[in-house]
Write a protein that binds this ligand. Sequence first.
Ligand code: HXC
Length: 265
Amino acid sequence: PERGDAAEVRLERDGHLAVVTIDRPKALNALSASVLTALGETFDALAAEGPAVRGVILTGAGGRAFVAGADIVALSELTPEQGAELGRLGHRVAATIESLAAPVIACVDGFALGGGLELALACDLIYATDASSFGQPEVKLGLVPGFGGTVRLPRAVGLARAKELIYTGRRIDAAEAVAAGLVTRSFPDRESLLAGARTTLEQVAENSASAVAIAKRVLVAASGTPTETATQLEVRGFEDAFRTDDMREGVAAFIEKREPRFTGS
Ligand code: HXC
């Protein structure tokens, strides 16, 4: 397929929610450069829609995998410099997801391995079916995580668990992933997984879009920074919230004992 082939990454609308589906089931949705490029373009397009998008579900097609990692066949042909370029492409996609104002839930139904787990970690939340499995198997290939696994996995599960997962390359099931704090909720099947993610995003969408966007911006920026930097980022976000119409409306509605009418500005 050509770079950015729309067929490999599908974007569907569901009211003010969006569903992004990685659709390359024959390779268990493995991330080729074209899939990564298409993902980046899809999230750029969602960002361009601004406040019309209140939440995003990211999932994989085919019923076996979220994403089974970077495309190993493509990796086999890369020079070190091209490998670095692929890593940078992955990091740009992660940054696009993290800079989207609306929350993104990775809905994992099957394998989330290597770059697949790293892609899920760039989302705000990971929900999964019970039959899913997670791992960073790169060392089994003589590789190391390259799309943020050494950065975001320790933040999600703690340094010791991240080291154990990355050094062993072992796969964990959804129950262990929930216990580790990697997955927030698990569900018996795909249907309830997607319904659960929708329910959460609708609950978020009842709140001020600008407040949620500021909270996400601060959480993403502060993650992993020293306390001093993180608290300064929070103060700035708190100040920004005071500049919004939604904050005036939300506080007034509480005092007047009525429901707020948020506009997202
Ligand atoms: C390319 C892949 C693939 C991958 C699976 N396939 N994973 N192709 N890249 N990452 C293909 C298989 O070759 C096979 O194609 C088809 O998908 C079905 O997979 P099977 O292996 O036949 O299925 P199964 O036996 O059930 O095993 C499933 C699996 C296994 C355990 C997920 O496929 C597997 O271990 N995949 C690789 C997982 C991995 O190592 N990921 C990390 C990649 S490195 P055919 O044509 O034979 O049907 C990485 C680095 C990120 O992600 C950083 C980069 C900068």
